[in-house]
Design a protein around this ligand. Structure first.
Ligand code: NDP
Length: 258
Protein backbone atom coordinates (compact mmCIF):
# COMPACT_ATOMS: atom_id res chain seq x y z
CA UNK A 1 0.00 0.00 0.00
CA UNK A 2 1.25 3.47 -0.82
CA UNK A 3 0.36 6.54 1.22
CA UNK A 4 1.71 8.74 -1.57
CA UNK A 5 -1.20 7.83 -3.81
CA UNK A 6 -3.87 8.36 -1.16
CA UNK A 7 -6.49 10.88 -2.22
CA UNK A 8 -5.27 11.01 -5.80
CA UNK A 9 -7.45 11.10 -8.88
CA UNK A 10 -6.24 8.75 -11.60
CA UNK A 11 -7.49 8.76 -15.19
CA UNK A 12 -6.76 5.70 -17.33
CA UNK A 13 -7.53 5.48 -21.04
CA UNK A 14 -8.10 2.07 -22.60
CA UNK A 15 -9.19 0.69 -19.23
CA UNK A 16 -11.67 -1.83 -20.64
CA UNK A 17 -9.10 -4.61 -21.09
CA UNK A 18 -5.46 -5.65 -20.86
CA UNK A 19 -2.91 -3.27 -19.38
CA UNK A 20 -5.45 -0.51 -18.66
CA UNK A 21 -7.74 -2.86 -16.77
CA UNK A 22 -4.85 -4.30 -14.73
CA UNK A 23 -3.60 -0.78 -13.99
CA UNK A 24 -6.99 0.18 -12.56
CA UNK A 25 -6.90 -2.81 -10.20
CA UNK A 26 -3.27 -2.17 -9.26
CA UNK A 27 -3.95 1.46 -8.28
CA UNK A 28 -7.02 0.38 -6.30
CA UNK A 29 -5.13 -2.37 -4.47
CA UNK A 30 -2.18 -0.08 -3.74
CA UNK A 31 -4.27 2.70 -2.27
CA UNK A 32 -7.64 1.24 -1.28
CA UNK A 33 -8.56 3.82 1.38
CA UNK A 34 -9.04 6.97 -0.61
CA UNK A 35 -8.61 6.97 -4.35
CA UNK A 36 -10.61 8.20 -7.31
CA UNK A 37 -10.37 6.28 -10.56
CA UNK A 38 -11.72 7.48 -13.88
CA UNK A 39 -11.84 4.58 -16.31
CA UNK A 40 -12.35 5.34 -19.99
CA UNK A 41 -12.64 3.36 -23.22
CA UNK A 42 -15.25 2.80 -25.92
CA UNK A 43 -16.71 -0.40 -24.39
CA UNK A 44 -18.75 1.01 -21.55
CA UNK A 45 -20.20 -2.39 -20.51
CA UNK A 46 -16.69 -3.68 -19.79
CA UNK A 47 -15.85 -0.52 -17.83
CA UNK A 48 -19.01 -0.83 -15.72
CA UNK A 49 -18.16 -4.44 -14.97
CA UNK A 50 -14.55 -3.59 -14.02
CA UNK A 51 -15.75 -0.73 -11.79
CA UNK A 52 -18.10 -3.11 -9.94
CA UNK A 53 -15.34 -5.73 -9.57
CA UNK A 54 -12.90 -3.17 -8.14
CA UNK A 55 -15.36 -1.91 -5.54
CA UNK A 56 -16.28 -5.49 -4.66
CA UNK A 57 -12.61 -6.37 -4.15
CA UNK A 58 -11.24 -3.32 -2.33
CA UNK A 59 -14.37 -1.65 -0.94
CA UNK A 60 -15.96 1.77 -1.36
CA UNK A 61 -12.77 3.65 -0.32
CA UNK A 62 -12.03 3.68 -4.02
CA UNK A 63 -14.53 5.65 -6.05
CA UNK A 64 -14.70 4.58 -9.68
CA UNK A 65 -16.15 6.59 -12.55
CA UNK A 66 -16.52 4.62 -15.79
CA UNK A 67 -16.91 6.86 -18.86
CA UNK A 68 -17.34 5.91 -22.51
CA UNK A 69 -14.73 7.85 -24.47
CA UNK A 70 -13.11 7.59 -27.87
CA UNK A 71 -9.71 9.26 -27.43
CA UNK A 72 -9.34 9.82 -31.17
CA UNK A 73 -12.22 12.31 -31.17
CA UNK A 74 -10.84 15.65 -29.94
CA UNK A 75 -14.28 17.20 -29.50
CA UNK A 76 -15.48 14.22 -27.44
CA UNK A 77 -12.34 14.42 -25.29
CA UNK A 78 -12.87 18.14 -24.58
CA UNK A 79 -16.53 17.57 -23.68
CA UNK A 80 -15.60 14.67 -21.41
CA UNK A 81 -13.15 16.85 -19.49
CA UNK A 82 -15.58 19.77 -19.21
CA UNK A 83 -18.33 17.48 -17.89
CA UNK A 84 -16.30 15.67 -15.23
CA UNK A 85 -18.04 15.79 -11.84
CA UNK A 86 -16.41 18.32 -9.47
CA UNK A 87 -14.82 15.66 -7.23
CA UNK A 88 -13.09 14.05 -10.24
CA UNK A 89 -11.94 17.25 -11.99
CA UNK A 90 -8.44 17.60 -10.53
CA UNK A 91 -6.60 14.77 -12.23
CA UNK A 92 -3.31 13.85 -10.58
CA UNK A 93 -2.25 10.99 -12.83
CA UNK A 94 -3.15 10.60 -16.49
CA UNK A 95 -2.30 7.17 -17.89
CA UNK A 96 -2.37 7.43 -21.69
CA UNK A 97 -2.72 3.74 -22.42
CA UNK A 98 -5.37 3.41 -25.17
CA UNK A 99 -3.83 2.01 -28.31
CA UNK A 100 -4.07 -0.62 -30.99
CA UNK A 101 -2.39 -2.33 -33.88
CA UNK A 102 -4.19 -3.35 -37.06
CA UNK A 103 -2.85 -5.94 -39.44
CA UNK A 104 0.61 -7.20 -40.31
CA UNK A 105 1.57 -6.19 -43.84
CA UNK A 106 4.34 -4.63 -45.86
CA UNK A 107 4.06 -0.85 -46.02
CA UNK A 108 2.58 -0.56 -49.55
CA UNK A 109 -0.16 -3.06 -48.67
CA UNK A 110 -1.41 -1.51 -45.45
CA UNK A 111 -5.03 -0.42 -45.79
CA UNK A 112 -5.68 3.32 -45.60
CA UNK A 113 -8.25 2.77 -42.83
CA UNK A 114 -5.71 0.85 -40.76
CA UNK A 115 -3.13 3.62 -41.14
CA UNK A 116 -5.70 6.17 -40.05
CA UNK A 117 -7.03 4.29 -37.04
CA UNK A 118 -3.53 3.55 -35.70
CA UNK A 119 -2.38 7.17 -35.95
CA UNK A 120 -5.68 8.60 -34.72
CA UNK A 121 -5.73 6.34 -31.68
CA UNK A 122 -2.09 5.90 -30.69
CA UNK A 123 -0.80 9.37 -31.51
CA UNK A 124 -3.63 11.88 -31.95
CA UNK A 125 -5.65 10.26 -29.16
CA UNK A 126 -2.76 10.49 -26.71
CA UNK A 127 -2.17 14.12 -27.69
CA UNK A 128 -5.90 14.92 -27.40
CA UNK A 129 -5.95 13.61 -23.84
CA UNK A 130 -2.74 15.38 -22.88
CA UNK A 131 -3.88 18.73 -24.28
CA UNK A 132 -7.23 18.41 -22.51
CA UNK A 133 -5.83 17.54 -19.07
CA UNK A 134 -2.51 19.40 -18.92
CA UNK A 135 -3.92 22.95 -18.44
CA UNK A 136 -5.55 21.96 -15.14
CA UNK A 137 -2.32 20.27 -13.98
CA UNK A 138 -0.33 23.42 -14.87
CA UNK A 139 -2.73 25.71 -13.03
CA UNK A 140 -2.04 24.17 -9.62
CA UNK A 141 0.56 25.29 -7.03
CA UNK A 142 0.51 28.93 -8.22
CA UNK A 143 1.57 27.94 -11.73
CA UNK A 144 4.26 25.45 -10.68
CA UNK A 145 1.89 22.67 -11.61
CA UNK A 146 1.29 19.20 -10.24
CA UNK A 147 0.68 15.77 -11.70
CA UNK A 148 1.95 12.82 -13.71
CA UNK A 149 1.41 12.02 -17.36
CA UNK A 150 2.29 8.39 -18.07
CA UNK A 151 2.45 7.47 -21.74
CA UNK A 152 2.39 3.84 -22.81
CA UNK A 153 4.60 3.45 -25.85
CA UNK A 154 6.09 0.18 -27.04
CA UNK A 155 9.37 -1.56 -27.71
CA UNK A 156 8.16 -1.17 -31.33
CA UNK A 157 8.88 2.56 -31.06
CA UNK A 158 12.55 1.78 -30.44
CA UNK A 159 13.06 -1.37 -32.50
CA UNK A 160 10.92 -1.26 -35.64
CA UNK A 161 10.12 -4.61 -37.26
CA UNK A 162 9.09 -5.56 -40.81
CA UNK A 163 5.34 -5.85 -41.26
CA UNK A 164 4.66 -3.33 -38.50
CA UNK A 165 5.85 -0.09 -40.07
CA UNK A 166 2.80 2.01 -39.22
CA UNK A 167 2.37 0.75 -35.66
CA UNK A 168 6.12 1.18 -35.05
CA UNK A 169 5.93 4.71 -36.45
CA UNK A 170 3.04 5.58 -34.12
CA UNK A 171 4.96 4.35 -31.10
CA UNK A 172 8.12 6.21 -32.18
CA UNK A 173 5.91 9.30 -32.32
CA UNK A 174 4.66 8.60 -28.80
CA UNK A 175 8.24 8.34 -27.60
CA UNK A 176 9.20 11.65 -29.26
CA UNK A 177 6.14 13.42 -27.93
CA UNK A 178 6.81 12.10 -24.42
CA UNK A 179 10.43 13.26 -24.43
CA UNK A 180 9.61 16.70 -25.83
CA UNK A 181 6.87 17.21 -23.29
CA UNK A 182 9.12 16.11 -20.43
CA UNK A 183 11.68 18.73 -21.49
CA UNK A 184 9.02 21.43 -21.92
CA UNK A 185 7.82 20.81 -18.37
CA UNK A 186 11.21 20.41 -16.73
CA UNK A 187 10.75 23.49 -14.55
CA UNK A 188 7.29 22.38 -13.40
CA UNK A 189 6.19 19.88 -10.80
CA UNK A 190 4.76 17.65 -13.52
CA UNK A 191 6.40 14.36 -14.39
CA UNK A 192 6.15 13.00 -17.91
CA UNK A 193 6.85 9.30 -17.88
CA UNK A 194 7.31 6.91 -20.80
CA UNK A 195 6.80 3.17 -20.35
CA UNK A 196 7.55 0.94 -23.32
CA UNK A 197 6.39 -2.68 -23.00
CA UNK A 198 7.57 -5.62 -25.05
CA UNK A 199 5.22 -8.56 -25.65
CA UNK A 200 2.30 -8.63 -23.23
CA UNK A 201 -0.54 -11.13 -23.53
CA UNK A 202 -3.76 -9.11 -23.83
CA UNK A 203 -6.50 -8.62 -26.44
CA UNK A 204 -3.93 -6.58 -28.38
CA UNK A 205 -3.06 -9.36 -30.84
CA UNK A 206 -6.68 -10.39 -31.21
CA UNK A 207 -7.44 -6.82 -32.30
CA UNK A 208 -4.43 -6.90 -34.63
CA UNK A 209 -5.81 -9.97 -36.44
CA UNK A 210 -9.42 -8.75 -36.41
CA UNK A 211 -10.58 -11.37 -33.89
CA UNK A 212 -8.65 -14.36 -35.26
CA UNK A 213 -7.59 -15.99 -31.98
CA UNK A 214 -5.38 -18.69 -33.53
CA UNK A 215 -3.29 -16.09 -35.38
CA UNK A 216 -3.15 -13.98 -32.22
CA UNK A 217 -1.93 -16.91 -30.10
CA UNK A 218 0.77 -17.76 -32.67
CA UNK A 219 2.43 -14.40 -31.93
CA UNK A 220 3.57 -15.76 -28.56
CA UNK A 221 5.03 -19.03 -29.91
CA UNK A 222 8.49 -19.58 -28.45
CA UNK A 223 8.28 -16.70 -26.01
CA UNK A 224 6.47 -16.40 -22.71
CA UNK A 225 4.91 -12.94 -22.84
CA UNK A 226 4.61 -10.53 -19.93
CA UNK A 227 1.27 -10.27 -18.16
CA UNK A 228 -0.70 -7.01 -18.05
CA UNK A 229 -0.02 -6.98 -14.29
CA UNK A 230 3.72 -6.70 -14.98
CA UNK A 231 3.12 -3.40 -16.76
CA UNK A 232 0.49 -2.22 -14.28
CA UNK A 233 2.94 -2.70 -11.39
CA UNK A 234 5.51 -0.57 -13.21
CA UNK A 235 2.99 2.20 -13.89
CA UNK A 236 1.87 2.33 -10.27
CA UNK A 237 5.47 2.16 -9.06
CA UNK A 238 6.33 5.21 -11.21
CA UNK A 239 3.31 7.17 -9.97
CA UNK A 240 4.08 6.29 -6.35
CA UNK A 241 7.64 7.72 -6.23
CA UNK A 242 8.26 10.83 -4.17
CA UNK A 243 7.85 14.04 -6.11
CA UNK A 244 11.51 14.63 -6.94
CA UNK A 245 12.00 11.16 -8.44
CA UNK A 246 11.04 10.45 -12.02
CA UNK A 247 11.01 6.96 -13.51
CA UNK A 248 11.39 8.71 -16.83
CA UNK A 249 11.87 6.11 -19.49
CA UNK A 250 11.30 2.41 -18.96
CA UNK A 251 11.59 -0.49 -21.37
CA UNK A 252 10.39 -3.82 -20.07
CA UNK A 253 10.04 -7.02 -22.03
CA UNK A 254 10.10 -10.77 -21.46
CA UNK A 255 13.55 -12.05 -20.63
CA UNK A 256 13.46 -14.33 -23.67
CA UNK A 257 12.08 -11.82 -26.19
CA UNK A 258 14.50 -11.48 -29.10
P1 NDP B 1 -5.88 -4.27 -25.30
O1 NDP B 1 -6.40 -4.46 -26.69
O2 NDP B 1 -6.24 -5.26 -24.28
O3 NDP B 1 -6.27 -2.82 -24.76
C1 NDP B 1 -6.33 -1.69 -25.59
C2 NDP B 1 -7.26 -0.69 -24.94
O4 NDP B 1 -7.31 0.49 -25.75
C3 NDP B 1 -8.67 -1.21 -24.80
O5 NDP B 1 -9.14 -0.91 -23.52
C4 NDP B 1 -9.45 -0.43 -25.86
O6 NDP B 1 -10.76 -0.21 -25.38
C5 NDP B 1 -8.67 0.87 -25.87
N1 NDP B 1 -8.88 1.65 -27.09
C6 NDP B 1 -8.59 1.31 -28.37
N2 NDP B 1 -8.97 2.30 -29.20
C7 NDP B 1 -9.51 3.27 -28.43
C8 NDP B 1 -10.08 4.54 -28.69
N3 NDP B 1 -10.19 5.03 -29.94
N4 NDP B 1 -10.54 5.28 -27.65
C9 NDP B 1 -10.44 4.81 -26.39
N5 NDP B 1 -9.92 3.63 -26.08
C10 NDP B 1 -9.46 2.86 -27.08
O7 NDP B 1 -4.29 -4.16 -25.46
P2 NDP B 1 -3.14 -3.78 -24.42
O8 NDP B 1 -3.65 -3.69 -23.05
O9 NDP B 1 -2.02 -4.69 -24.70
O10 NDP B 1 -2.72 -2.33 -24.97
C11 NDP B 1 -2.58 -1.21 -24.12
C12 NDP B 1 -1.43 -0.34 -24.63
O11 NDP B 1 -0.22 -1.09 -24.54
C13 NDP B 1 -1.57 0.08 -26.10
O12 NDP B 1 -1.18 1.43 -26.22
C14 NDP B 1 -0.57 -0.83 -26.81
O13 NDP B 1 -0.07 -0.25 -27.99
C15 NDP B 1 0.50 -0.95 -25.74
N6 NDP B 1 1.39 -2.10 -25.91
C16 NDP B 1 0.92 -3.39 -25.89
C17 NDP B 1 1.78 -4.45 -26.06
C18 NDP B 1 1.32 -5.87 -26.07
O14 NDP B 1 2.10 -6.75 -26.46
N7 NDP B 1 0.11 -6.17 -25.62
C19 NDP B 1 3.22 -4.22 -26.30
C20 NDP B 1 3.61 -2.84 -26.27
C21 NDP B 1 2.72 -1.83 -26.09
P3 NDP B 1 -12.11 -0.14 -26.27
O15 NDP B 1 -11.95 -1.13 -27.39
O16 NDP B 1 -13.16 -0.48 -25.27
O17 NDP B 1 -12.16 1.28 -26.71
Amino acid sequence: MSKRLDGKTILITGASSGIGRSTAFEFARTSPQNLKLILTARRIDSLNQIAAEIVQEVGAGVRVLPVQLDVSNAQEVREFVSKLPAEFKEIDVLVNNAGLVKGVAKAPEIAEDDVEIMFKTNVTGLINMTQAILPSMLARNNGEGSGDIINIGSIAGREPYPGGSIYCATKAAVRSFTESLRKELIAKRIRVIGIDPGQVETEFSVVRFNGDKSKADAVYAGCEPLTPDDIAETIVFAAGRRENVIVADTLLFPNHQA
